[in-house]
Design a protein around this ligand. Structure first.
Ligand SMILES: Cc1cc2nc3c(=O)[nH]c(=O)nc-3n(C[C@H](O)[C@H](O)[C@H](O)COP(=O)(O)OP(=O)(O)OC[C@H]3O[C@@H](n4cnc5c(N)ncnc54)[C@H](O)[C@@H]3O)c2cc1C
Ligand SMILES: NC(=O)c1ccc[n+]([C@@H]2O[C@H](COP(=O)([O-])OP(=O)(O)OC[C@H]3O[C@@H](n4cnc5c(N)ncnc54)[C@H](OP(=O)(O)O)[C@@H]3O)[C@@H](O)[C@H]2O)c1
Length: 339
């Protein structure tokens, strides 16, 4: 049986040019906003309401999302939009603005001698593509940066990234319900509007010199860990290192290893390093007491060939490390008891 507005030949809804319907100008007015949709194919003239020949949830335009930063955070989000939830291809128009010349964020910038991650390599990873063949329990900064770049290439995660584009201002526009985002590249400054603004700009990417009297007039070579000068030859020099935070403790031994250096470490506050679980223990190799044990060829082969084993191994490390946070509860309780 045919519905009233179907044509007997095609069973397609009857197309009526209601834009030119001089008999009912009110109806033409009603569809004013729907008319603007580029995908709109037809209207039904069943009643005075224009029927959109698209699924009811079809948005009239894509949601504009701007992300700031292409470090781990921005890249994981890019993967979610591009691969994890493929329906977003039709719904979201995404742009990642990255101020620097490459992806990687922390691991691109911090390339001082000794830079290394203190989270086991197998779990400091993109959840969608963990690397099975790390050489050591802890990865160097350079290894992590290479892993980031390879993963970006493999998953085409740079599709929406604009490098050398710095976001200089973001303003919420109450009247539009959108963000007004100002971006600067080497040629110009321009404005874009976004429905959703995602900050992946990190919290540790703005460095500054310590406020030390006379630092400005120091005549020797001066270098910050977050902008390491690789062109300078540090051998045969007396080197003062200010600070013994996570960067300082990694740099000092590397400088001390160089030929004929005299390294003076300035420590304002004591630094405590606590290892609740030695790496060998986390690897299931308690007899290995080295600071950063190597994986054997057999380990790597198994991680590569048995993804489930690799997943369980990663899960076990996460579990063990999370378990170590009980220590915080214990210390807090003890300190409270001693007060
Ligand atoms: C030296 C160092 C060592 C670290 N070691 C460890 C570790 O061992 N274990 C650990 O868990 N964590 C460590 N961290 C923390 C590390 O920052 C995070 O683990 C993680 O890499 C942060 O990723 P992110 O994408 O959130 O930020 P980031 O890696 O900082 O990336 C932010 C990106 O945003 C870009 N950006 C910022 N502002 C703008 C703007 N206005 N416009 C455009 N782009 C912008 C930056 O250029 C950068 O590329 C370390 C941090 C530092 C600095
Ligand atoms: N996990 C890792 O492997 C790793 C490696 C590197 C960096 N990071 C992270 O990156 C961030 C930055 O680390 P960071 O070590 O570069 O910086 P940081 O943690 O801010 O440490 C700065 C160091 O400089 C000292 N300092 C600052 N001003 C000084 C002054 N005027 N005189 C003397 N000493 C002064 C500080 O002493 P005071 O303590 O007295 O202020 C501190 O020891 C941290 O969040 C850190 O966790 C992590």
């Amino acid at each position: 049986m045919l519905a009233e507005n179907e044509s007997p030949e095609t069973h397609e809804p009857v197309m009526k040019d209601i834009e030119n319907d001089s008999e009912n100008p009110a109806r033409v007015k009603n569809i004013g906003s729907a008319k603007r949709h580029p995908d709109l194919k037809s209207y039904s003239s069943l009643n005075d309401t224009a029927i959109h020949d698209l699924p009811s949830w079809t948005p009239p335009r894509k949601l504009k999302v701007i992300t700031i930063g292409a470090g781990f955070s921005g890249l994981i989000f890019a993967h979610k939009l591009q691969h994890q939830h493929e329906e977003f291809q039709d719904l979201v128009d995404h742009t990642i603005y990255e101020a620097r010349e490459n992806v990687g964020g922390t691991w691109l910038v911090n390339n001082y001698p000794g830079v290394q991650c203190d989270v086991p390599a197998h779990i400091y990873a993109f959840p969608f593509d963990p690397k099975p063949d790390w050489s050591h329990f802890y990865a160097t900064g350079a290894d992590i940066q290479a892993y980031i770049q390879n993963t970006v290439k493999k998953w085409n995660l740079d599709r929406d990234i604009k490098l050398n584009h710095k976001v200089t201002e973001t303003l919420w526009q109450e009247d539009l319900g959108q963000w007004r985002v100002t971006i600067k590249n080497s040629k110009k400054s321009f404005v874009e509007f976004a429905d959703i603004l995602v900050s992946g700009q990190g919290v540790l990417n703005r460095w500054r010199w310590p406020n030390i009297e006379g630092l400005d007039s120091f005549k020797g070579h001066k270098c910050h860990s977050a902008a390491w000068d690789h062109t300078f030859d540090y051998a045969n020099k007396t080197i003062a290192v200010i600070g013994n935070g996570s960067s300082g403790v990694q740099i000092i031994p590397k400088l001390a290893e160089l030929h004929q250096t005299k390294v003076i470490a300035f420590q304002r506050t004591p630094n405590y390093v606590f290892t609740p679980l030695p790496p060998g223990h986390l690897m299931g190799r308690a007899e290995d007491t080295s600071n950063n044990p190597k994986f054997t060829d057999a380990d790597r082969k198994r991680f590569v060939e048995e993804p489930e084993f690799h997943r369980d191994y990663r899960r076990k490390i996460v579990h063990q490390i999370n378990g170590a946070f009980k220590m915080v509860r214990f210390i807090v309780a003890r300190n409270l008891a001693n007060e």
